[in-house]
Design a protein around this ligand. Structure first.
Ligand code: GTP
Length: 357
């Protein structure tokens, strides 16, 4: 299966070529259509898969005290190597943001403190334990960490691993940020859940890791993301302008935990599964050696076209229109049909196209 451009097959149920992005109150017909779409996606993604379990007990012994260490201890004391003045912690940035409610985001004062996180910050990331996690699609190694920046509120990044990747080069790694709305509730407004599923499947077939960070809403938090959604619904703003209308940064995610986790596991270089140029640049600035990029593209559904358009057009993600499920003549394209007819062109054929750097 190819990692790039794997469809969620929204085209199979799309009756119109380009559905409106900002959907108002949904009709029963729309709800049924969404239900069919979800069933279709679920059936597709959760199909039975064969897998071989590559699991080494020694690598994950939580009682091994040598593993329980602060990953930046070699840099102690006091982050002496920090460059420049002490940057604000992400908590401070978020605390400075206005409190918002979905009902009245515009009535609240707009924050002028819309700074992005300063990547020169150094986070402390402590390995806590590893366990073997059985899932519907195989066993993964789950490594729990505790992470904080500038002594701020700790977060708990997780490394979801498949295979013996410690000490290796060019390890496929996805850095994935939390999306409660899609991953827990099944929202179709974005592509986050499908990207996570693709990454999990990809590392199972190629050995690799998903580093899952609790940075909801590109770091602004869930309540603020809901407020941004409310503005998208009521004012037709895209995902970038909705943040800005609330006085919030476009993207306030920080990735020091990623560099620290890679160091902890002795991973010498990675192939990053992403379409996001900011993610690539930020990680490189943190010293992560990126030797290739693996596209992580999901086809659009009826509700996330505007989101994907904004990712491509506003945030300059490397997408090149590949998320569209229609061709330039306006015809929808069902990859199942192409695969069944042996025409090729289906994105699930062939090996993933990692771009060498
Ligand atoms: N503020 C905001 N955050 C969103 C919205 N939709 C999804 N998100 C969050 O966006 C994050 C994912 O970022 P994306 O920009 O979709 O993708 P990415 O991870 O930067 O890039 P890829 O690596 O290519 O997937 C998750 O934390 C989601 O919770 C939205 O409309 N507004």
């Amino acid at each position: 299966m190819s990692f790039a451009a794997v469809s969620t097959h929204a085209g199979a149920v799309a009756s119109s070529r380009r559905a409106p992005v900002g959907m108002g109150a949904s009709t029963l017909g729309e709800q049924r259509q969404v239900g069919r779409l979800v069933d279709h996606v679920a059936g597709r993604r959760y199909r039975h898969r064969r897998f071989d379990v590559r699991w080494t007990a020694s690598a994950g012994d939580p009682n091994n005290e040598s593993r329980r260490r602060s990953l930046n201890s070699r840099n102690a004391p006091g982050h002496a190597h920090r460059r420049g003045p002490k940057p604000p912690s992400i908590d401070r940035v978020l605390r400075a943001m206005p409190e918002l409610t979905p009902e009245s985001p515009k009535d609240k004062p707009v924050s002028t403190n819309a700074m992005s996180f300063d990547e020169s910050s150094i986070g402390d990331t402590e390995f806590i334990a590893e366990t073997k996690l059985p899932t519907g699609s195989g066993f993964y190694r789950l490594r729990g960490y505790r992470h904080s920046v500038d002594g701020g509120v700790p977060s708990e990044p997780v490394a979801i691993c498949f295979g013996d990747i410690e000490g290796r080069e060019k390890v496929p790694v996805r850095v994935h940020d939390a999306c409660f709305t899609s991953e827990v509730l099944g929202s179709l407004k974005c592509d986050c859940k499908q990207q996570l599923q693709l990454a999990m499947e990809y590392i199972q077939e190629n050995d690799g890791m998903v580093i899952y960070l609790h940075q909801e809403g590109r770091g602004i938090g869930l309540a603020n993301k809901i407020a941004a959604y409310a503005l998208q619904d009521t004012q037709g703003l895209d995902t970038v302008d909705a943040n800005r209308a609330l006085g919030l940064p476009d993207d306030v995610r920080e990735y020091t935990a990623v560099a620290n986790i890679l160091e902890d596991m002795g991973i010498r270089s990675i192939q990053l599964m992403t379409n996001n140029p900011r993610k690539v640049a930020t990680l490189e600035r943190l010293g992560v050696k990126i030797e290739g990029r693996i596209p992580c593209i999901v086809k659009a559904n009826l509700f996330n076209q505007g989101y994907l358009e904004a990712k491509e057009g506003r945030m300059k993600h490397f997408l090149d229109g590949s998320w569209c499920y229609w061709d330039h003549s306006g015809n929808t394209f069902d990859e199942d049909d192409a695969a069944a007819s042996g025409e090729g062109g289906g994105a699930e054929q062939g090996e993933p196209a990692a771009e060498e750097k």
